[in-house]
Ligand binder design. Structure first.
Ligand code: PLP
Length: 439
């Protein structure tokens, strides 16, 4: 069994995280519950930061908050000196309520609404990552009417696409995000903003994919970007001061996943940027990255209670837990794979493999198909590892199931950081048939 971060098996044979017995957590907060190993989140952030410090370059590590956003997480990101990526007014409001410094917030997204742009400008968001021409015009209008300056990066599609293990180099990138390099769309933005008094174009951005296990794609992207930089310098006198290489650094979900340490991704990236900058005779730009999954993914564990079981002789043995695609939609959405253990009997050897089903009315609501476990009993606590990214953040109320609470553990302390939804919450926005709200 692979144990992440501070996870251990204690003398009672229970899974322990951050010095806290997970069986106690299940007892105290109920199940399902998301448990985060705060020390591991810190270590992941430091890993990226350390490598930049060692390479002696200017940098920002921006946590992509879509992976897992709540006030406590945003505060932890701030404490760790990270910047913050947001994609919506909801993620922005979370940052605001967390007291996150707005100058270190980067606003992403392929369809920022006029209202969201207003809110971001009013809050003083530090950097807009420009995605499309409509947004550029909107931002020009708004900054002019508010007489407000803002920094911006151009999101480019460099024609490198990471498919986890392979890279597809495409001439014409087919993506809903960003400006195409090959056809000159990025050039057009540079021209549009050249004499803009309010929008300060400071650099370029690219994000090539997710759950990437090597650095080839990042190196290739840097090369493709620099091939434009030389031309941009000559044609528009535009020299990007910031190169944002995006996120997508892989993590270990299951055996066979072999991600690089955070330090390694950064070291190769910096090396490529330095090499290309030297070749182009340009100053080394400030390098930004945007890890999401690799900050919080393996730090999260979901605890469930085992309920019903069903054996189909010669076919499969099912067990059902008290959550499923409502708290972790990734298996249903991407055939994502996970590992897990019985938290209350973590030291027992496996007797068979089990298919772990959720409780929703969907055959596709499965968390795992072949999990080796001891003979399972009703009321056992099942821990599913590596649920810290795109778990809670994608949680939903399908079947009107309540969203679970989130607990942070560190130094033998457990803190509730997001309350679980109540049954009252489920209907709190509902209005009766023929309500007075009718218009
Ligand atoms: C999703 C996303 C990230 C984070 O991706 P991870 O795979 O979670 O690291 C970073 N930047 C952008 C623009 C993204 O869309």
């Amino acid at each position: 069994m692979y144990l992440h971060g501070t996870s251990t098996i204690n003398q009672l044979g229970h899974l322990e995280i951050g010095g806290v017995d997970t069986v106690d957590i299940a007892g105290r907060f109920g199940t399902p519950v998301y448990v985060y190993d705060v020390a591991l989140i810190r270590e992941r952030a430091r890993g990226f930061q350390r490598a930049f410090e060692q390479a002696d370059v200017k940098y920002q590590v921006a946590y992509a908050s879509k992976a897992f956003s709540c006030i406590a997480m945003v505060q932890l990101a701030d404490e760790m000196g990270m910047s913050l990526d947001i994609v919506s007014s909801g993620e922005l409001m979370t940052a605001k309520k967390a007291g996150f410094p707005m100058e270190r917030v980067h606003f992403h997204g392929n369809n920022k609404s006029p209202e969201e742009i207003d809110l971001a400008l009013d809050f003083g968001v530090g950097c807009f990552v420009l995605d499309n021409f409509y947004e550029v015009s909107l931002l020009q209008e708004k900054t002019l009417s508010k007489n407000q300056k803002v920094d911006a990066l151009i999101r480019t599609t460099p024609g490198v696409e990471a498919h986890t293990h392979e890279y597809i180099s495409t001439g014409q990138e087919d993506s809903k995000f960003g400006f195409d390099l090959a056809s000159g769309q990025a050039d057009k933005v540079i021209k549009m903003l050249k004499d803009d008094a309010y929008i300060q174009l400071r650099g370029v951005h690219s994000h090539i994919g997710s759950q990437i296990f090597d650095t080839n794609g990042f190196v290739l992207t840097v090369e493709k970007l620099f091939s434009q930089f030389t031309r941009w310098k000559e044609e528009y006198d535009f020299v990007p001061e910031i190169l944002n290489a995006g996120g997508g650094f892989g993590i270990r979900y299951v055996e066979g996943d072999e991600p690089l340490p955070p330090e390694h991704y950064v070291a190769d990236l910096v090396k490529a940027v330095k090499k290309e900058a030297a070749k182009a005779d340009m100053a080394v730009p400030e390098i930004w990255i945007e890890p999401g999954r690799s900050i919080t993914g393996d730090a999260g564990t979901t605890l469930y209670t085992v309920g019903s079981t069903k054996d189909i002789p010669g076919v499969r043995r099912y067990l059902s837990v008290d959550g499923g695609m409502t708290d972790n939609i990734r298996p249903a959405l991407y055939q994502a794979e996970y590992e897990g253990v019985l938290a209350n009997r973590a030291n027992e050897t496996a007797a068979d493999t089990f298919a772990v089903a959720g409780k929703c009315c969907e055959s596709g609501d499965m968390l795992m198909w072949k999990l080796p476990l001891p003979e399972v009993e009703h009321r056992d606590i099942l821990a599913v590892f590596c649920t810290g990214a795109y778990g809670y953040s994608m949680a939903n109320n399908y079947n009107r199931i309540t969203r679970p609470p989130v607990v942070f553990v560190e130094d033998s302390q457990a803190d509730l950081v997001v309350k679980g939804e109540s049954l009252e919450d489920i209907t709190k926005n509902d209005l009766p048939f023929r309500s007075k709200e009718r218009v």
